[in-house]
Design a protein around this ligand. Structure first.
Ligand SMILES: Nc1nc2c(ncn2[C@@H]2O[C@H](COP(=O)(O)OP(=O)(O)O)[C@@H](O)[C@H]2O)c(=O)[nH]1
Ligand SMILES: [Mg+2]
Length: 404
């Protein structure tokens, strides 16, 4: 019975890695949710549910061609989807935003054995290093095109190259230039942090001067409460908007007036707190009451505020100093100048295309440490900080071609 020993070793088929499904867009935001199905069997699996409007099968679909159709589940429920075949092993599915459609699609793929994975490892496997992976995640949440453009530059390596440049300057002993490059990076960082967290601008002033009306004008639609009686805004209302592509939250606060009324006092307290946490305050005055208000306690208490004289349509001939922005929330006069004044304060030095911009607190902390190390002429410490920041980059050849 020696036949067992005579068996040739047979070539076992290697088990295929499982097909994975990953949601690339954040939960619950945006009109569209995007999923990625990866793995050698992804085409098979998607083909079980996807019915293209064109009638073509998934295999017939050209690479990177966009295919509309329906995702048809065994329970009879269908979803509108757009399917793009990115490679033999990578299929992108876009469906309605929110949770329901994406969950249904993920569920149907899971029922055939696909494994759901978090987007972090998915992104890590497709980006050059941790800096770029962070940029990708931030990019998926970008609220404006301008923000997306800056993050895309970082995804393409702007920050990594800038840090590499500083490292080579340090190695060459050119500390002055390294110092000024780091200084510039840190200054861009103060803008970068707000790519993912909007600037906060508090609108403050006496009741009835037109704060809520100004917020509505600035945002472009009616959002905060405007009421013809002093003291209406008790809560601090936040209106999210963007000026020139920069994300800004406007905080509409209660009046600054001292009040006997408990509820109104609470509003005033909240207003003060909002002002304290804001990046910039706008003090609104009633133009009808004239420039004498500039000497008021409020005006003196908020020394860095942009001062606005509102209700210009009702006031004429008042001599306001140059730095006061004149507006009418009623007619829209001066609103454009107010936006310019706000952005001059918040982003005095906007980064240009391809500029390196750090955008997270840890990045900025490390850059500051490197900066102080250069000042201390501690080159070893400086290099260690910067190398940590760009550490564990994969081989350049793994960079997706569209990013190089
Ligand atoms: N004519 C005129 N009325 C304004 C202007 N801005 C606000 N108002 C009116 O002033 C009143 C108080 O405005 P509101 O925005 O509620 O003031 P707030 O208490 O500072 O928030 C409302 O009747 C507004 O319609 C303006 O620029 N011109
Ligand atoms: Mg108000």
């Amino acid at each position: 019975m020696g036949f067992c020993s005579r068996l040739e070793p047979i070539e076992m088929p290697r088990p295929l890695p499982p097909t994975t499904v990953t949601q690339l867009t954040p939960d619950g935001r945006g009109a569209v949710a995007t999923l990625s199905v990866s793995g050698p069997e992804s085409l098979e699996l998607v083909g079980q549910f996807f019915v293209a409007a064109s009638g073509k099968s998934s295999r017939q679909q050209g690479m990177n061609a966009i295919s509309f159709g329906r995702w048809s589940q065994p329970n009879g429920i269908t979803e509108d989807v757009v399917v793009v075949r990115r490679s033999d092993d990578d299929i992108e599915i876009s469906c309605h935003g929110g949770l329901a459609a994406a969950s249904a699609i993920i569920g149907s793929l899971e029922s055939l054995g696909a494994k759901r994975i978090d987007s972090t490892p998915w992104i890590a496997a497709r980006t050059y290093g941790p800096l770029e992976a962070d940029a990708w995640i931030a990019l998926s949440r970008a609220k404006t095109e301008r923000v997306a453009g800056i993050l895309l530059d970082q995804l393409r390596g702007a920050l990594r190259r800038a840090i590499g440049k500083v490292l080579s300057l340090v190695q060459a002993g050119d500390l002055d230039t390294a110092h000024s490059h780091l200084d510039q990076l840190i200054r861009h960082g103060s803008v970068g942090l707000h790519l993912t967290t909007p600037w906060r601008v508090a609108i403050v002033g006496e009741p009835n001067v037109g704060k809520s009306s100004l917020v509505n004008r600035l945002v472009g639609f009616d959002r905060s409460i405007v009421f013809d009686r002093p003291g209406t805004t008790r809560d601090v209302l936040t209106a999210s908007t963007a000026f020139d592509g920069w994300p800004v939250d406007l905080l509409d606060t209660a009046g600054l007036r001292d009040s006997e009324d408990d509820i109104e006092q609470e509003g005033v307290r909240r207003a003060q707190k909002a002002r304290g946490s804001a990046d910039l305050a706008i003090l609104v005055l009633d133009a009808q009451l004239g420039p004498a208000q500039l000497a008021s306690e409020h005006a003196r208490n908020i020394p860095n505020a942009i001062i606005v004289a509102n209700k210009q349509d009702l006031a004429s001939g008042n001599d306001w100093p140059e730095h006061v922005v004149r507006t009418s929330a009623m007619t829209g006069e001066g609103i454009a100048s107010l936006i310019v004044a706000i952005m001059d304060r918040l982003v005095p030095e906007p980064p240009r295309a391809d500029d390196p911009v750090p955008w997270t607190k840890p990045q900025l902390t490390v850059l500051r440490l490197a900066f102080s190390a250069v000042e201390d002429v501690d080159l070893v410490r400086c290099q260690r900080c910067l190398q940590d920041l760009v550490a564990s980059a994969r081989d350049v050849s793994s960079l997706p071609s569209e990013l190089t």
